[in-house]
Design a protein around this ligand. Sequence first.
Ligand code: DSN
Length: 412
Amino acid sequence: MNSVEPQPDQLRDQDPEVASWLQREDNRQHTTLTLIASENHCSAAVRATGSSRLTDKYAEGYPSKRYYGGCEVADGIEELARARAMELFGAESANVQPHSGTSANVEALLALAGPNGRIVGMALKDGGHLSHGHPRSHTGMLFDAKQYGVDDNGRVDLDQVRELVREHRPHVLIAGGSSYARNLDYQAFADIARESEAFLLADIAHPAGLVAAGVVPSPVGIADVVTMTTHKTLRGPRGGMILAKADIAKKINSSVFPGSQGGPLVQQIAGKAVALGEALQPEFRDYQRRVKENAVHLADRLATAGLQIVSGGTDNHIVLVDLRSTDCTGAEVEERALAAGLAVNKNAVPNDPRPPMVTSGLRLGTPAVTTRGFGTAEIDQIADIIVALVRGENPENYRATVRELCEAHPLP
Ligand code: DSN
């Protein structure tokens, strides 16, 4: 394998045990094709920020209003990240401090609904996210949460959303999901929210990069608040971000700090600034266009081979395969795929009769392999391997092909 990076000498010398785990992860990523829809490979420039001295710095507060001295660099970096985020998404304000997408959601919900407030979001089992009011998430405990689902075609049923909102009168309506492959009609969601005087929160954790590139519709300017992660299609470091309309920005900022978080991770904010700078370049649009093209192609190829695709296809980077008409579970195919060198994840499909650790579905995504330079020809090869694995063929028969694809398409 040509581009596995050696661990820094200091780490190897001081702690060979940890260094060897890191080396093992490098090797795993180099020799595995990531088809997990929420993962990507960020640039070396983004990764460099994570190992910088910024990791040592406390900077509680916001630029120019910190509770520690020596924050001039942290201020400059946070201002830069905020300015780039606002430019990229056309937003009135940006908070780049949330540690994750779930943190961003909890922070925004606490700001807009308050403890014990009412919220409505998409159910996890239908493609939503834990932090949209699932009973095991604090968002399902702190708030009085009701959940909407999808119809028999795997699409959000706006009539059901409207009915639920009229009945439950939420403070916040959430539009967004983590295994939903179709565009959402943000204007229709906003109209439903407005009718009941609710705020609209759009969670674009998954399609953030596609939104930034204009490849899928943007909720910015329609939703009151937009939350996201920075490491999925946006291809930055791990973390979260919140965009808000100017009139609620102060509330959101107070909910992030001091409401829910202490010191921001300045090294992650620097990584967000780098990734946002990359996303402002013309090549990023082309990358996102190819992410979607590859996903549409993958869905078509799998469907042509006889696999069922939830909602019949995709509008974004996600392909959700329904395995109920086959002999296998999501967990079985996940294990076979890994043995062949493909990282995928089992996922519930709407009305799934199996438990979450088994499931009847497979969630696939194209962001990471598109970063490696995959086009539709390589997607065909991957799709054919997945079909063969679902049919019960031996994963070992495909390991060499996957390795060749990895070698021909090294990590950034
Ligand atoms: N981990 C995210 C995903 O895989 O979609 C959800 O939190």
